[in-house]
Write a protein that binds this ligand. Sequence first.
Ligand SMILES: [Zn+2]
Length: 310
Amino acid sequence: MQGNYITNFLKSEDTILEGVIENDNRIELHIKMKQKPHICPRCGEITSKIHDYRVQRIKDVPLFGKPTVIVLKKRRYVCKHCGKKFYEHIDYLPRMTSRLSIYILQQLKKQQSMKDISEVTGVSITTVMRLLDTIGVEPDYKTLPEIISIYEFKENSGGRKYHCIIVDPKERKILDILKDRKQKNLSEYFKRFKDRNKVKWVIIDMWRPFSDTVKTYFKGAKIAIDKFHFTRYIYWAIENVRKRIQKELPDNKRKYFKRSRKLLLAKYDTLTTEQKEELEVMFWYSDDLRIAYLLKEEFNEVSCIIKCNR
Ligand SMILES: [Zn+2]
């Protein structure tokens, strides 16, 4: 279909393909339009007089797995009657950009990573993320699996806006992407499924509206907290204790604590005897830190047991 589209527009009477340049990282299709009479948008007179050209680069759906750019030599006409300068009219241009958007959304649903999509299309990751905004809440799958995961992710690394992704973890496929993580929209979304009772497990991260939604709409399901998410909280907690203790220490000890940060986050089993002794020194200064560390180790043990018995 993609190939057809390209040949169709290249076959179009008005388009002239001036050349194809392929290098290691992209394909460029150089095109221009046939010169033809245009109607002046200001006075309505007809003109074929060319004023100048401007090169426009339009990202298109990748060809042969490579980012593809249409390099259009866009013509500017000038009206002989009133002097108005204007660009030639090309009616398929807007379609090409939306074609690329649709392609990217399809790739997202196939669980391609943003980075891969960005590489193959030559579109920035931020733009890929922005496209998520255009997704509606109409699901294109009709039945729910027994296990679903709901995760949040940030629109971009520095941003505050969250999207929500619904995954079938058993089949490892993305069911849908919602444009925000608000409970109202989550409810609207899940309400329409008739087979919600079939769902046995919902894996979520620790975002309150997720668990509220599950409790309301998946009455027969158990909630599991994603381990990765949980671990992150535990590490933050340890870090907070360390920072608090550190502040109260004299300068020479403070540096020592800072250096030992990695020791606190590492698993006890993986430490050398020397490193274990360093930990003991820190614990000697603070019981809170010792307790925090023991709790972390305990959590790792529990999650290991769960993993091993699964
Ligand atoms: Zn004119």
